[in-house]
Design a protein around this ligand. Structure first.
Ligand code: CDP
Length: 218
């Protein structure tokens, strides 16, 4: 069983996917975290995003591990570090690189093999698993998405500017939508769920009810 959850930045994909996976006893994979992780690697190694040879070399020797929604790079837990604004500001540029996408998609398919799994990202229902059993496309008003991110950062004791978060989200959506390879787009057979004004619990229940309807159809 494969459930694909796609949608723009801050639409709640990871939070909801994690909860639904727990409820259904499935594995969850946050594919955005993988692009964030590789962005961190490039920034750490001070590699230019144009340097294809170096990027290929790093991809070949990439040491990443994913366990229970925690992400490890070169043996170190970087789950918090990959959420920093420096990563958010660069990740869309990195995720538009063809070689990076190819390798990440490879890893995503390998990781998912013979598992009941929920993957969230931008291209899961369109490219990674076009035959997924259930495809959800989560959307929400950009101001509300920025508001959620803002509260998340403040809630964790961090500092943030609402305006900066809003602009970064809108900019990332634009880059993710216009890129040539695997742009952010709703799969034709995906069910669109608008989460504007809805609580996490409400959205979780909407997805669970889609799951129930689909499972009864099979
Ligand atoms: O959590 P948030 O919605 O901010 O974004 P994310 O899911 O962590 O994804 C970060 C970035 O990775 C996105 O803005 C995309 O550029 C890229 N991404 C992608 O290209 N393909 C995916 N399947 C997942 C993420």
């Amino acid at each position: 069983m494969i459930i694909a959850v796609d949608g723009p930045a801050g639409s709640g994909k990871s939070t909801i996917s994690k909860l639904v996976a727990k409820e259904l006893g499935m594995i969850h994979l946050d594919t955005g975290a993988m692009y964030r992780l590789f962005t961190l690697k490039l920034l750490k190694e001070k590699v230019s995003f144009e340097d294809k040879d170096k990027i290929n070399e790093l991809l070949e020797n990439l040491d990443i591990n994913i366990e229970n929604d925690r992400f490890f790079l070169d043996g170190k837990d970087v789950s918090e570090e990959i959420r920093k604004s420096e990563i958010s500001e660069n990740v869309s540029e990195v995720s538009a690189i063809k070689e990076v996408r190819e390798e990440m998609i490879n890893l995503q398919r390998k990781f998912s093999s013979s598992k009941d799994i929920i993957l969230d990202g931008r291209d899961i229902g369109t490219v990674v698993f076009p035959n997924a059993d259930i495809k959800i496309f989560l959307v929400a008003d950009p101001k509300e998405r920025a508001e959620r991110r803002y509260k998340e950062v403040i809630g964790k004791g961090g500092k943030a500017s609402f305006q900066e978060i809003y602009e970064s989200i809108v900019n990332r959506d634009r880059l993710d939508t216009v890129r040539e390879i695997s742009p952010l787009k709703k799969a034709e057979d995906a069910i669109e769920v608008d989460t504007t004004g809805k609580t996490i619990e409400e959205v979780k229940n909407m997805i669970l009810s889609i799951y129930k309807t689909k499972s009864n159809d099979c």
